[in-house]
Ligand binder design. Sequence first.
Ligand code: ADP
Length: 246
Amino acid sequence: LEEQLRHAQKMEAIGTLAGGIAHDFNNLLTVIAGYASLIQFNSQGSEVASMAAEIQGSVERAAEMTRGLLAFSRKQAVNLMPVELNQLVEGLHKSLRRLITEDIELAVEVSSVPLIVSSDKGQLEQVLFNLVVNARDAMPSGGKLLIRTERLQLNHALITVADTGVGMSREVQDRVFEPFFTTKELGVGTGLGLSTCYGIIKKHNGIIELQSEPGAGTVFSIYLPLSEELPEADSAGGRAQWATGN
Ligand code: ADP
């Protein structure tokens, strides 16, 4: 328990730092992008224009990173409304299949009872997307990927994403949710995938944790509180709850 508390405190501190930096960086990036496009416009056809285009490309990558950091920190709001998890997962089946390689067998098993959670659908889809990309990277020569939903006691839903990939050492497991922690080659991984997941699930009042064994595979478990409300047909005009900034 003490270790969990220490971990939570550490993540909280990193979140505060990351959120502050990401917020200020975003403002600076907006200025840089604005001037770069002005320079590009005023120097059309010259070498300067292609340099300005390079600047814009880098700004876009930096903006992508600050978006990841914002998702991790408390600075990005979530728009929570009732969502049925089994539908969400089954609706993603095809897109997830396209994300992974052919030598990976994908199975999706949803619970027989509906699982309504208070969720930001787009962000929850992002979480599954990130977990599946990581599972793919962990199985370079193929394997099995299982995505499951189930209802737990005490009004909770559980989503598990299990792979038969390379697994992680204890040291790696302890750090995976930190922003910028990656074991992938430079330019391949940003180390923001799982920290984004962590931030999003936290804002859903949920928990994300993992079990892993080197050489055998990894299971990510996401616990979400079930909601009493029914999902609405149209998302506009739904009773939105906004997570406040600090
Ligand atoms: P990135 O994928 O850019 O490295 P992530 O935050 O998504 O960033 O993941 C951090 C690290 O956690 C990865 O570099 C990898 O070492 C480890 N990891 C994540 N998911 C898995 C998995 N399913 N199997 C093995 N290792 C994983």
